[in-house]
Design a protein around this ligand. Structure first.
Ligand code: ADP
Ligand code: ASP
Ligand code: MG
Length: 405
């Protein structure tokens, strides 16, 4: 008998028919004698429409209330799935974060998991129940409801796997594996049989929303294999584990990703002296704003600097507000921002030592008449900020150059 944790995303529980399909699959594993914990997301489109509702009421909805609203989506799914499992003759119980004491920080809309009390789950498993748990949500020590950030149900599932020492967590979604690029953008992207935690983390963190980045971080930390597969068939998907597909020498490019929900802010005319960047980024960090690409350049003929940085669109307005305050405090000349920028990234181990690859990335974008606004390079990732309208073209061109031959 094994402990199996399965997570089903929004498309997999979009309507009654899909929920019943999931219930059948869950019972197949349960009837083979396994303990099964199922984590579910809100039905497809629900979280988006709840967010839309909040923003129809206010441009800056209170984040505590936003979390209260958004967690309702997952509760639709847990109750629906428990009903469907019982209808098929199984035993199931739905549980939310409060009932289980799924403890997080109080950072509303982007809370981090602190610890999970597994007693209630174990007790229900021992009674022969399938435990159907609400993804994405958590509870603070003061009983406030939180969410883990968009796509966070993957992280719920892997964190439960870690807390209960599961060997493998199955993530069921609407594609049958991790591909070398989003298969909805690149029709001949290749499915990977396996991928290392390191590479998967980089793909996820740079926009491949197929897995929530923090789920991969937790999997790597606790050595949990993730099997990412389709809820629409029985095919094997992609295994995320310590070592992925191998190739000797040669920079191994594993994928091309993109991310559209980015904004860029520039603080111009900052004094050129020690401590300025530290002040800017510690102030943003205090407000829990994650910055991504950072560029500092000096103004010609002046002892002044410009600092540009990118953030997720959700954080843009707050980051602009903070930058306006920093402008006054630090005596900067101005703050400007751009809303519709995108990032395209090429991911592969050894990119830094294979410098010719970096040049080829820029060449490929140039050949396609795509202007690069900002660049960031690491051992495993070359990312370029480009116009949002160029992003699909960029992904296809880079995939064709490095991953199709
Ligand atoms: P779920 O609701 O099941 O969590 P998501 O929509 O969050 O599903 O993630 C699955 C989607 O991720 C796919 O439909 C696909 O378009 C997208 N995706 C982006 N990059 C990749 C990639 N490299 N491989 C597979 N899917 C990808
Ligand atoms: N329902 C949440 C979202 O849409 C969480 C998830 O799907 O993982 O972001
Ligand atoms: Mg997802």
């Amino acid at each position: 008998m094994a402990l199996i944790i399965q997570k089903y995303g929004g498309t997999s529980v979009a309507n009654a028919e899909r929920v019943t399909e999931v219930a059948k699959r869950v019972l197949k594993y349960k009837n083979e004698g396994n303990d099964v914990i199922v984590v579910v997301s809100a039905p497809a489109g629900t979280t988006d429409s709840l967010i839309k509702r909040a923003y129809e009421l206010s441009d800056t909805p209170n984040k505590r209330e936003l979390d209260m609203l958004l967690t309702s989506g997952e509760q639709i799914s847990i109750a629906s799935l428990a009903i469907a499992i019982e209808e098929l003759g199984g035993k199931a119980i739905s549980l939310n974060a409060f009932q289980v004491n799924f403890n997080t920080t109080d950072a509303h809309t982007k809370a981090q998991i602190l610890n999970i009390d597994t007693d209630v789950i174990k007790e229900n498993l021992s009674k022969g129940n399938v435990v159907v748990f609400a993804g994405f949500q958590g509870i603070t020590k003061n009983n406030e409801i939180t969410t883990l950030g968009r796509g966070g149900s993957d992280t719920t599932a892997v964190a439960l796997g870690a807390a209960l020492s599961a060997d493998e967590v199955e993530i069921y979604t609407d594609v049958d594996g991790v591909y070398t690029a989003d298969p909805r953008i690149v029709s001949n992207a290749r499915k990977l049989e396996s991928i290392s935690y390191k590479e998967m983390l980089e793909l996820a963190a740079s926009g491949a929303k197929v897995l929530h980045p923090r789920s991969v971080e937790i999997a790597a930390k606790y050595g949990i294999k993730i099997h990412l597969r389709s809820s629409f068939d029985d095919s094997l998907g992609t295994i995320v584990e310590s070592e992925g597909e191998k190739s000797m020498e040669k920079a191994k490019i594993i994928g091309v990703t993109s991310s559209k929900n980015e904004g860029k802010i520039t603080l111009s005319g900052l004094p050129d002296k020690p401590g300025i960047a530290a002040k800017v980024f510690s102030t943003l960090a205090k407000s829990k704003i994650n910055t991504d690409i950072i560029l500092q350049s000096s103004s010609i003929n002046k002892e002044l600097n410009n600092i540009s940085y990118t953030v997720k669109s959700d954080d843009l307005l707050e980051a602009v507000r903070i930058s306006e305050e920093l402008k006054k405090e630090l005596g900067a000349e101005g703050v400007t921002f751009e809303e519709r920028i995108a990032k395209v990234s090429v991911i592969g181990i050894g990119l830094k030592t294979h410098y010719e690859t970096t040049a080829e990335i820029f060449d490929t974008l140039a050949e396609n008449n795509i202007n690069i606004d900002m660049i960031s390079c690491s051992e495993i990732n070359v990312s370029c900020i480009i116009k949002e309208s160029d992003v699909e073209k960029a992904v296809r061109a880079l995939h064709s150059k490095f991953l199709e031959n």
